[in-house]
Structure formats: C-alpha cells, structure tokens
Design a binder for this molecule. Sequence first.
Ligand SMILES: Cc1ncc(COP(=O)(O)O)c(C=O)c1O
Length: 315
Amino acid sequence: MGPAFMFSPPADWHPCAPLQALRLEWLAAAGVEVAVLRLDCIDALISGNKWFKLSEHLAAADQVNAAGVISLGGAHSNHLHALAAAGQRFGFATAGLLRGHAQDTPTVLDLKAWGMHLHWLGYGGYRARHDADFWQPWQARYPGFYPVPEGGGGLAGARGCRVLRQQVSQQLAALGWGDFDGWWLACGTGTTLAGLVLAEQGARTVHGALAVPAGHGVAQQVAAILRAAGAHDHGYALIDASRGGFARVDEALLAFIDAAEQASGLLLEPLYTGKALLALQQAVAAGRFARGTRLVFVHTGGLQGRRGIAMATGG
Ligand SMILES: Cc1ncc(COP(=O)(O)O)c(C=O)c1O
C-alpha cells in the first residue's frame, strides 16, 4: 500500500479572493460602481474560478479514496493547469486527456513539469468524451483515478463556487459598501454562474457574459445544474459577449483591454475576462444599470493562458 493521497488541501489553506474597487471613467460617468473579486489573486499557481470549481470534485475524490484524478481539456486549458498545480502542491497524482495533437504550449510545459500524465486524443477522440463508454479504457489504464468532467463542471463544480458569495459579504464593509445589487462574470460552461445563482437563491441577479456564441448550450447546462440541485431556474441573465466566436479576438477588443488595463492596473485576458468587461461597458452605455447600481465583477483568472494567446496572435 502506498501513502494515502491527500485531495483536501491542508486545513489552513482557505484561499480568499480580494475584493477591490474598479475605477474606470465610463463607470464613473454612468454612476455605476464596480468591485472586482480577484480570483486571479488567490494563489500564484492554482488560480481563478478553476480552484473553486475543483474543490468539491477533489473532496469527492477524497471520500472514495481515489488513487488520483483524471480530467480533460485543450492545450491552453486553465482547468488542467489548476488541477496539475493542485496535484503537485497537495501530493496527488493527475492525468490529463488533451484535445488535438501533441504540442508544447506554455500551459502544456507546466502540466509536464508538475508531473501530470498526458495523453493526446486528437480531435475525433476528444469529441467522443460524452460517449457512455469513453472513460472505460482510461479507468483501466489509471485504476482508481477519479474522473472530473471538462472544465470541472457539473453540480459539484457549481457547489464549489457558492463560497464566493460569502467572500464578497465579508469584504463589503472594507469597501464602504452596505450591500450590492448583482454580479457580472464571464461564462464558458455556466458552472461558476450556476454556483452563484445557488448561493444567491434569487436575492441578487447574476449576469453571465457568454464567451461562447449562442447555441453552445450554456442556458441548458445552467438549467440542468439548477435542476440537479433542486433549485428554481431563475436569478440570472445571459448576455452574448462572444464577439462572433469563442477565442475570436478583434482589434476593438484588444484596444479596449489595453485601455482598461492602463487605467485600472487590472490585468485581463481576451477570451473571458476581457470580453466580459467589454460586454459590461456596452451594457452600461446602453443604460441597462441605473445610477447608484453596485456590481461585483468576478475576475475568473485565466492569465496563464495569455502566454499561449499572445504567441498565437503574435502579440
Ligand atoms: C478564465 C476563465 N473565466 C471563465 C471561465 C468560464 O467558467 P465556467 O465554465 O464556469 O462558465 C473559464 C473556463 O471555462 C475560464 O478559464
């Protein structure tokens, strides 16, 4: 018998995201106040919403005494990055199934350095991930490894994000806010949004800026998570922020990010947080929020992926 694996982080590891005022001219002009919940700051390596989405999956792996954790993602995956970093930090084995053909992106180099076992599935092989028998050969190859769905999704992923509401509540007074009116965040699968909706139970609206175009099933996935939790399907709004396609980056977006970064000091990446902030600016410009509205913008992290994006766009 080898040593017992530790999926739960040590009792004193409770990463809390700082809540910081965001000062931008277009917000001040509209009388809308925004504070950013900095999930990008919780840890040097285990960053963003990915940690919160993983936390309940890891607790479940712990419960069944798993031998390791296996999951899937792309060559720039923030999810695999956080999982590999957690495995290295807390001493459990990890395996990653990757979309496409072998390549050494900065993300993949980190996964290798942190000891994740990697397998490239090609594109067709990756598309089969929803098939009923997909996991069988991998479970034979990695006996006892706990499978975590792509992106750390599902009800367990959402449950891990509920704690964010508490983290905001604890920091409101320091910000000089008595209360706030709603949330604004980027959505890929909608899991993080669903976690906030579960935490709010309709008290505040959670606005999801979609990084993927309509038709990618985010609304259905959010509804399915809420149904699985026995919660009502309300308390949120989905806004198209994809600018014509996931991972599609245009000049106007890059110029907006550059200006926002220079004015606020907040670093963004183009695919999720940059598009989400631009969609917020457009909503504010369209008069969607009354003067005096206070919103929490969740910085979902993903800055590690910027390295690969910068290469791909020549930036
Ligand atoms: C940086 C970043 N922000 C937001 C998201 C979207 O999160 P979710 O899939 O929970 O909607 C992701 C991943 O999908 C991400 O990597």
